[in-house]
Design a protein around this ligand. Structure first.
Ligand code: IPE
Ligand code: IPE
Ligand code: MG
Length: 225
């Protein structure tokens, strides 16, 4: 199934609904986050198979620091474990991993796992997987603006690519400070499916929905016959 349909596509996902998934099953929120981590592995694999160029996953927002310390530490434990256990498989599948967001508030052990995973997957020619941790779009934009002013450089202040398709699971219809700049012309897709239940079939159906959208970028509909 080596399709070339999606090889320019940048998909971004707000992975929401872990807590509600767990609560609906009478489980602690941490169980939802563990199930969510499995979903990440599954969706990354499915994205690589679909031939998507880039996948950006919102794993932890800068506002998520407001959650109870135990939940925050569960989440950071899962990120660290994901990076350490998946790095070989990612590299083997030609997936290049980058972590975006602030690094100045992360634990040294996690920073080490991040640098190692980025180094060991740096040669990947397939999917570019970007994981957003301690990420705030407003903070990124403010920082880019400062750097730009310092350099006097007007070109591509965030040095990044536009999002083509933004998916939010969990039923909320908001961006929660995620990729505000990059989503200028993104197609938005909100699904009630909770993140732990989002699988390859859900991804395939999101991609089909995207394909049927007509993007105009402010111009007129293409009339090419
Ligand atoms: C998304 O699930 C994971 C993170 C925000 C880190 P939530 O934990 O927000 O789950 P809900 O929204 O409470 O169901
Ligand atoms: C957004 O989800 C952040 C991530 C999915 C990592 P939240 O659950 O934090 O967003 P709000 O609070 O519902 O806006
Ligand atoms: Mg949430």
């Amino acid at each position: 199934m080596e399709t070339k349909i999606y090889d320019k596509l940048h998909v971004a996902i707000i992975m929401d609904g872990n807590g509600r998934w767990a609560e609906a099953r009478g489980l602690p929120r941490s169980a939802g986050h563990r199930a969510g981590a499995h979903s990440v592995a599954r969706v990354v694999e499915a994205s690589a198979k679909q031939g998507i160029a880039a996948l950006t996953l919102y794993a932890f927002s800068s506002d998520n620091w407001q959650r109870p310390a135990t939940e925050v530490s569960t989440l950071f434990g899962l990120f660290d474990r994901y990076l350490r256990t998946q790095v070989k498989a990612l590299a083997g599948n030609g997936i290049r991993l980058s972590v975006i967001g602030r690094r100045d508030r992360l634990a040294t052990s996690l920073l080490n796992s991040i640098t190692r995973a980025e180094r060991e997957t740096a040669g990947g020619k397939g999917l570019h997987l970007r994981i957003a941790i301690d990420y705030s779009s407003r903070h990124e934009m403010a920082r880019a603006l400062q750097a730009r002013t310092a350099r006097g450089d007007m070109h591509d202040p965030l040095g990044t690519h536009d999002v083509d398709l933004l998916i939010r699971t969990g039923g909320e219809q908001r961006l929660s400070d995620f990729m505000l700049w990059e989503c200028a012309y993104a197609e938005l897709l909100f699904t009630p499916v909770q993140w732990p239940d989002f699988d390859e079939t859900a991804l395939a159906s999101a991609l089909r929905a995207f394909s049927s959208r007509q993007r105009r970028f402010g111009g007129l509909a293409s009339t090419a016959a």
